[in-house]
Design a protein around this ligand. Structure first.
Ligand SMILES: [Zn+2]
Length: 140
């Protein structure tokens, strides 16, 4: 899912977009849609995704949003946020899991400078969450 957006997309607006697509569905073996993700790409497009934690596989909301971005031929992320809602409708911002951090890095190395939104006034860069991301210290 993706749609046009303005260049002045704030953290609050992205948090709101991620929250707005959460729609929880129980499946036989899992849960779909209890996490929503919104990302702002280099071209100022917003891409959305939800998670699917099901029997055969699990993929994160971030992965779906990034996959949607890649489908449109984009690879660089300016900002990203994921929001989880519990069964009582409380919402929480989630930091990306290790797999999603690596996925962002490998989608484009410049995503080390992606802003990860942790609150409306708090962001960290992907490289702060992945401090030892490069191959290094070649052994002889
Ligand atoms: Zn993840």
């Amino acid at each position: 899912m993706e749609f046009k957006s303005g260049k002045k997309m704030t953290n609050t607006e992205l948090i709101h977009k991620a929250t707005s697509i959460i729609k929880i569905k129980k499946t036989k073996n899992g849960l779909i849609g209890d996490v929503g993700c919104a990302l702002l790409s280099e071209k100022n497009e917003v891409y959305l995704g939800v998670c699917a934690d099901i029997g055969s596989n699990t993929f994160c909301a971030e992965q779906m949003a990034i996959g949607s971005m890649i489908t449109k031929g984009e690879y660089k992320i300016k900002k990203i946020v994921a929001v989880w809602k519990d069964k009582d409708n409380n919402s929480f911002i989630l930091s990306p899991c290790g797999n999603c951090r690596q996925f962002m890095l490998e989608t484009d190395h410049e995503n080390l400078n992606t802003e990860i939104i942790l609150d409306k006034n708090k962001t960290v860069l992907l490289k702060e969450l992945l401090p030892y991301h490069d191959w290094w210290n070649r052994q002889k």
